[in-house]
Write a protein that binds this ligand. Sequence first.
Ligand SMILES: [Zn+2]
Length: 329
Amino acid sequence: MEKKKVIDEIYIPDVGSQVETIDGKDYLITNDAMYTFFRRTKGEFSAFFLALKNEKRLLGCKCTKCGIVRVPPFLTHCPDCNFAPTEMIEVEQVGIMNSTPPITYFATSLFQHMAPYGRGRVIFKGADTAMSINLYTTTGILVPGIIKKGTEVKLIFRDERIGEMTDVFCVPTAELTREQINKKGLQESEINWETPQEPSLPPASEEESNHYRKALDEMNGLIEDMNRNKSARKAIAGWKRDIQVKTRGGQFAIMIEDGDIRLTESVLSSPDFIMVCDDIHTLLDGLAYRGAITDSVINKKIWISKNMEFNTIFKLDRMARFLVRSKKV
Ligand SMILES: [Zn+2]
């Protein structure tokens, strides 16, 4: 097996410098490095992390005097009982949201590969305290309203575990089968991530169809501009995605391939993801840099079928921004 580095290769740029010209002025950019490496022991809490990693079990600590169960088990002695010792016990892997989780869409570089994710507190069955955990949905993009205070969730284990809190996350039990909910140590690969719940669109009136045709022409022109634009192309370098876009007036495809971007009026047999946007103008405005597409996704005006494709939406916003900026020069 290839040895994985602590810091991902993509965060380690080459040594050197470059000049970037913005609004006719030259700016010098250099790549510098700052490293801090350290070994860290989980010490007396190793049992909790080893149970997650090796046995797919969730442990808590129970006070031998008052019986309170704390999860995670990060107290060896109970502060409420004159420091009576606690003992490790296993708790269940289904719990209830203790609060409505905020959703992180724009994370720092350390966590961007995990975004968008919810971060909330769950009280698992058998526990008296809430555990902080990341939250996902299998229904498409994670937006407010899917997971709330009181939502029942299930603990899911990453296929590849290293003994960290990020080895586990939760999804709503409403998205799982009874068998999956009851299974202990359910892994991410055992969940169906490929059946998102696509919003349905009402049929278009004649006026709406005409409105769609006009907007589509405008969008096509814009995408051709992007395709010819050096800095816009940079935003999608090395990226390849076939996106099926469904709107009230009709559907089309946006294809991205390593700097190239094209719009075709076709129905793809296997798109990388689907975008549903009732009014084509919402997407058109985003591509024309009149409001961000990411905002439209967060505000539920645009739906995407895969949570992790928020990254692609982010790139489309960057293309729009780069195109507008380079036109100003
Ligand atoms: Zn106690």
